[in-house]
Ligand binder design. Structure first.
Ligand code: HEC
Length: 279
């Protein structure tokens, strides 16, 4: 069977070019700043024109990239707040360097006044800050918020406070989690059949070692650190009319929040904390 192709849209085709083309205005802008520094040391008509050309090119390219960015933002599934700030800063950069460029080609060369030169350089500096901030926002959108620091030396990362990763197993947090969040779920929805009194499927979930041993299937119901190998998660995620779904059909199912809590608890080591209260 043929798959129906999505209808053609220019924004689908052109949007991704935003990420490629955005290097043009950045390169031209950096070149303009370097040329400006050079022209300060050796002022000449040629140097002045070179700055004007580099800056003008950066202006034209910025607006093109802004347009492509608009097309891209309409399709990507990105964090809305980061997109918002990236857009504001990107547009601010385009506006600022347009103003800088106009100031430069119109008035700066004729006047040569100290105040004009200062405001021109001030604009260049503010544009640079905007550019760095906009670029960082863009990097965050495409590569994630830790794209600059994930390869950094551990000492630097500790300094930046990047190490508090929630994905890492934290046995102490899990131990505190059990009596407050986990045991109430298990006691209400699983212990009636898998507790001290009844062991349906030869499975007991109220003790860690027995849960890890599993029931009549021989497969462990609990694999600390690995929720998707833990049968107790696998069977809870089955469709409601499945033969093996837990709790069985007709009993009150786990809510999404409860399943998430169990997954997090297993992920972080599945500690039972203090000895479990016997039901
Ligand atoms: C109403 C009783 C009942 C409740 C409540 C219940 N189960 Fe079960 N469970 C069973 C029965 C019966 C079996 C055996 C099914 C079989 O062998 O086909 C079983 C089997 C299992 C197994 C497979 C054991 C093995 O190794 O074969 C797992 C895992 C399991 N249950 C997890 C859970 C979890 C997690 C909960 C709570 C969210 C739960 N059950 C709630 C009745 C129940």
């Amino acid at each position: 069977m043929m798959h129906a192709a999505a209808p053609f849209e220019w924004s689908n085709f052109l949007g991704p070019f935003h990420v490629v083309m955005l290097h043009l205005p950045i390169g031209a802008f950096v070149l303009a700043v370097l040329l400006e520094i050079w022209a300060t040391r050796r002022p000449s008509e040629g140097a002045r024109q070179a700055v004007a050309v580099a800056l003008g090119f950066s202006v034209a390219a910025s607006w093109m990239v802004a347009l492509l960015g608009y097309l891209r933002a309409s399709h990507g599934e990105y964090d809305a707040q980061v997109v918002y700030w990236h857009t504001v800063l990107g547009l601010a950069f385009a506006l600022l360097i347009t103003a800088t460029w106009l100031l430069y080609v119109k008035w700066y060369p004729a006047a040569q006044g100290a105040r004009l030169r200062l405001s021109y350089r001030g604009l260049l500096a503010v544009s640079s800050v905007c550019l760095v901030a906009a670029a960082h926002g863009g990097g965050t959108l495409t590569h994630g918020s830790k794209f600059l620091t994930e390869g950094a030396p551990p000492a630097l990362n500790r300094f930046l406070g990047n190490l508090e990763s929630s994905a890492k197993p934290d046995p102490r947090a899990a131990a505190q989690m059990f009596p407050t969040q986990i045991e109430p779920i298990l006691a209400r929805k699983c212990y009636p059949c898998h507790g001290a009194e009844k062991q349906k499927g030869k499975l007991r979930l109220d003790q860690r070692d027995l849960a890890m041993k599993g029931g009549s299937s021989g497969e462990p119901a609990l694999v600390p650190g690995d929720p998707l190998k833990s049968r107790l998660i696998v069977v809870s995620l089955l469709p409601p009319d499945h033969d093996e779904v837990m709790p069985p059909e007709g009993k009150e199912a786990l809510t999404a929040d409860e399943t998430m809590a169990l997954i997090r608890w297993i992920q972080s080591g599945a500690s039972y904390g203090e000895p479990a209260i016997q039901p």
